[in-house]
Ligand binder design. Sequence first.
Ligand code: HAM
Length: 441
Amino acid sequence: MKKPRGTQDLLPEMLIKWNYIEESFKKICKRYGFDEIRTPIFEHTSLFKRGVGESTDVVSKEMYSVFNLREYYQFIQNKHVENNLSHDVIDKFLADKNRLTLKPEGTAPVVRAFVENKLFANVQPTKLYYNTPCLRHERPQAGRYRQFHQLGIEMFGSDSPISDAEIITLAFEFLNDVGLKNIAIRINSVGCPKCRAKYNKMLLEYLEDKTDNMCDNCKNRVFKNPMRTLDCKNEQCQENIIDAPLMIDNVCDDCISHMEHVKAHLDILDISYMIDPKIVRGLDYYTRTAFEIVHKGLGAQNAICGGGRYNGLVEQLGGPKISGVGFGLGLERLIIALESEKVEFPKEYKPDLYIVSVDETCDKYVSKLVYNIRKMGLKVERDYLGKSVKAQMKYANKINARFTLVVGEDEIASGKYIVKNMETGQQNHVLLDEISELIRR
Ligand code: HAM
């Protein structure tokens, strides 16, 4: 059997890197005052339709949605339509309330949880972080998976550009913390509903007579969400719209002022960024700030991190008028980028002590010793396969145990052990109580 396309097995060696990155992310989130949130792996399909937007690729093409067969049969029985599965009947059943979707991204579920649990009633801002698997039915390629993981943060209740700048700063500092160098921050303003409506009209007028030269994707998008044509990767599409009007030249005064303040707060920290008017993001909820952090070593899928402000989303999902801003960072892409820069990860798990059992009669005593020394907080390994003393010593060497201790009749009788430092060869005679101190020293 093989794993499904676009998924990965995370083996122990790989997980050393993952754990290190996840721990580093947790630490920086705590430093910045964010608390963890976990939401279900699936949500009602309608959440993503309403939250992320029906015209986005994520919702229209990439969602893994499921429904419950048993409920479906029940529905059909109740309707007395056993042998008449017309499309209407099926569509009615598949209406959103019966459909669940495996989460393709982290923001909409966190906003749903923020509203449902009335976190808006607490003193604001609410600052949350998460680490979640996401599922998108995309064509797998390097850096693009069907199951991937997002490290994300969302801050609610602040309209201030200081929040946008702090979100970007956190992402930047985190990437620095884990040792990544070749990154570039790209920022844009996608405006607010007021200026976006005017801009969309202007863009549509510009694009209308250019549809013949567009790729099929853009042909579909142009009337639903014209801005998305701007970040199409197809070269012919890009040439076709080379002099398209840009959002950033058409945002209202309030949006400009917001953007200028975000920039000023990044400037004061000496964080470099560039303004990229083509960043429009693939999800519908963004207002004002939109940003991406890209890495040169990633090829076509070069965005490690994407985020921005979403001032209307909480209200759209049934909450009060509260704004939000955040980012999602792809763990798999981050690891690929770190590997491409040959960044060193912490060393492998090394046992502090390997306890050798001389023969079967000593095994029970060894069990007790291992149990007690592990309780002291040390990593202890032992034999499970009935190996000879020589083979056990060889194994201890192979797994890089720092110390070894041999248990035979004498040790059991005296309660005194010879602990050997595997690096220096030095041997010490110690009692149980002294083992932990000796190893820690
Ligand atoms: P996104 O740009 O769709 O934004 O995804 C965020 C990050 O997830 C990307 O920059 C990328 O690193 C990673 N990613 C996305 N798709 C894949 C894939 N198929 N395989 C591997 N990695 C992938 C969001 O999802 C927003 N929720 C971010 C956000 C949070 N905006 C505000 N708050």
